[in-house]
Write a protein that binds this ligand. Structure first.
Ligand code: FES
Length: 130
């Protein structure tokens, strides 16, 4: 009889502590939702339709096609130089990699596309996060 009570207490203690342990473990192992840092804010009207605006100090370019925007990191995916935005496309001055307006590689040595950054429109302003 005494053994049954001890077993019942152990069972109840396990029912209480096991979910707490699993919740703690889940919280420890899952990544936190960190909002990306705002790199820059720019007025929509400053970006020419069909054109681009480059921010060399932030190493970011924003392309505009009609009402849609694409923000790209200008950090070359080869060795990290700052890619230049030209009317003909984007060119890395270090080793000559070329990218299209969406950051896809046209010619190497870079093998990966430029990194796309998050763009949020807030009224008349764009916020680029990275
Ligand atoms: S760093 Fe850009 S091509 Fe090498």
């Amino acid at each position: 009889m005494e053994t049954n009570r001890h077993t019942r207490r152990s069972f109840i203690a396990t029912l209480i502590t096991l979910p707490l342990l699993l919740a703690g473990l889940w919280r420890f192992l899952t990544p936190r939702g960190v909002k990306k840092q705002a790199l820059l804010q720019v007025a929509v009207a400053d970006i020419p339709v069909g054109g681009a605006l480059a921010f060399r100090s932030e190493r970011v370019a924003i392309m505009r096609e009609g009402d849609s925007f694409v923000a790209l990191s200008l950090v070359c995916t080869h060795l990290g130089c700052t890619v230049s935005v030209t009317p003909e496309g984007m060119v890395c001055p270090c080793h000559g990699s070329r990218f299209d307006r969406l950051g896809k590689v046209l010619s190497g040595p870079a093998e990966k596309s430029l990194v796309r950054l998050a763009v949020e429109q807030h009224g008349n302003d764009l916020v680029v996060r990275g």
